[in-house]
Design a protein around this ligand. Structure first.
Ligand code: MN
Length: 499
């Protein structure tokens, strides 16, 4: 039994206008995704990834396999979306997720990731980096070709060697971890780790005990450093941990997070901008996908097999290099976030979040009767859906469209609202009686027994904690209802001409 308390904050940062990060927090799953791609594609990718993972993971038992499967499903969803819409071509995202899982060894926490969004463990006052960045620079460090200090200044440190949604298959790295009460996990996008040192992270995690306040303080710290990228921080506080987690060997799990120098000087910044400058000019994400540098066979050996055309990746890298760094460099200026700005932001976040919850509530408070072409159906929600919330099929009744008056079909096709499922059922019963009365005028109405098949009502999973900044741009989900059109049969009275 593992119990958590979580807090998350996502911010566009001080330079970007769009936040392409997405975070999700719940008792059973927490995740951070950092999207990339032109125009609006980056935030679409990160949102599709998280939405799909949440939905997939919540359908079965929480196991490591389910988490891996969920991430693979998310990969397919992002990949398919990028194929189906030209404006999403080439989009992708990082994904770092953690979930308590059950298995033969009891309850543990699984941490799965693709890309360079990180997961840290803060335990006994010490910060440890649990994830390996799937980036060119980090791969070079792991292969001993680069010192960590040099990697922090490497021009290609933002270029990913793995990402979600760019290939039909994805290579997920998973770590199983025993957690003790008092542990804190920190999930973040590279917007935090590129701006804030491990030392500052530790200091904030040590002093800010509330997870949301700690996440806010970390985001503020990144913003004070100029936050050139979107910053997302999600903190998981372990209230009740694994049995026996106290005896674990932390050093064996991960070494202490070292204080890598954070890019500050202009020459370094120019380097980083040249490497990932596409987003400054074209709106692409901070991270681009490239294979390992060609002259490094050892790093290449570690790359996951890729079926994406080499040309596409080269083009992405070339585009990144081509667009200059002037745009971003000229607006790089550390700005302090004032209390007033913060209060305003929190107010906006609160209102957006409230609106989001209200729409979700409103969309599911009503039922309506419709038809699937052959049978009458009862759905929960608003006919046609409300913004991103689609109606849910609750019941396919045994009443067919042949058992009711054809004149009623048109209303049913657009959906007849009813306040409750009971009201919806009696409305259908009335339609049948009306039809029978019309067919046998004068006959006493027989007592009809309606056999109804009860469909399982899917639980709406708690999307409560998606940060408001990502919520505001959710696209409306379009529901396509296939309705068979039944042409009403009209009996034309034959008039016999008077001879
Ligand atoms: Mn980023």
């Amino acid at each position: 039994m593992i119990l958590f308390r979580t807090g998350a904050v996502s911010h566009a940062g001080m330079v970007r206008s769009v936040n392409q990060d997405t975070a999700y927090e719940s008792m059973v799953l927490c995740a951070v995704a950092d999207g990339m791609g032109g125009a609006a594609a980056g935030d679409v990718a990160s949102r599709i990834a998280i939405d799909t993972l949440v939905k997939d993971f919540s359908t079965g038992n929480p196991t490591v396999e389910a988490l891996q499967q969920g991430i693979e499903t998310a990969n397919s969803a992002v990949y398919l979306a990028s194929l189906n819409d030209l404006s999403y071509a080439g989009m992708g995202t990082t994904l770092t997720a953690m979930a308590p899982v059950t298995g033969p060894d009891g309850d543990q926490v699984a941490i799965a990731h693709v890309g360079d969004s990180r997961c840290y463990l803060f335990a006994n006052g010490q910060l440890r980096l649990l994830t390996n960045d799937h980036s060119v620079a980090s791969e070079l460090v792991r292969h001993g070709e680069l010192t960590p200090a040099a990697a922090a200044r490497h021009p290609q440190r933002h270029m990913l060697t793995r990402a979600l949604g760019v290939d039909p298959a994805v290579d997920v790295e998973i770590l199983l971890l025993p957690l003790a009460a008092g542990d804190r996990l920190l999930l973040c996008s590279d917007g935090l780790s590129n701006e804030v040192t491990a030392e500052r992270m530790s200091a904030i995690l040590e002093t800010e005990l509330d997870p949301t306040l700690a996440a806010t303080a970390l985001v503020n710290e990144a913003n004070e450093h100029g936050a050139r990228d979107n910053v997302t921080v999600l903190i998981v506080d372990v209230l009740v941990g694994d049995d026996g987690a106290e005896t674990r060997d932390l050093e064996a799990i991960a070494p202490l997070a070292t204080d890598l120098p954070v890019a500050e000087d202009v020459s370094d910044l120019t380097g980083s901008v040249t490497a990932f400058g596409a987003m400054a000019a074209g709106g692409a994400g901070a991270t681009s996908i490239v294979d390992a540098v060609d002259n490094d066979p050892s790093a290449q050996a570690s790359m996951p097999p890729s079926s994406a055309p080499e040309a596409k990746r080269k083009a992405a890298a070339a585009a990144a290099t081509a667009s200059g760094g002037a745009v971003e460099a000229s607006i790089r200026r550390p700005r302090l976030i004032t209390i007033r700005t913060l209060a305003f932001l929190l107010l906006v976040l609160g209102l957006t979040y409230g609106g989001y919850r209200f729409v979700g509530w409103f969309a599911s408070t009503q039922y309506f009767v419709s038809t699937d072409g052959t049978h009458l159906t009862i759905l929960q929600g608003q006919p046609g859906g409300t913004l991103w919330v689609s109606p849910v099929l609750v019941e396919t009744t045994s009443t067919t469209t042949k058992q009711i008056l054809t004149s009623r079909l048109r209303d049913l096709q657009s959906g007849v609202p009813e306040p409750s499922i009971k009201a919806a059922r009696s409305f259908i019963a009335n339609l049948k009686e009306e039809y029978q009365a019309a067919m046998n005028p004068g006959a006493s109405l027989p007592t009809t027994t309606t056999t109804t098949t009860y469909a399982w009502v899917p639980q709406t999973y708690a999307t409560t904690t998606v940060p408001a900044t990502t919520v505001s741009t959710l696209p409306a989900t379009t529901t396509s209802t296939t309705i068979a059109t039944t042409v009403p049969t009209t009996t034309v009275p034959t008039t016999v001409p008077a001879g």
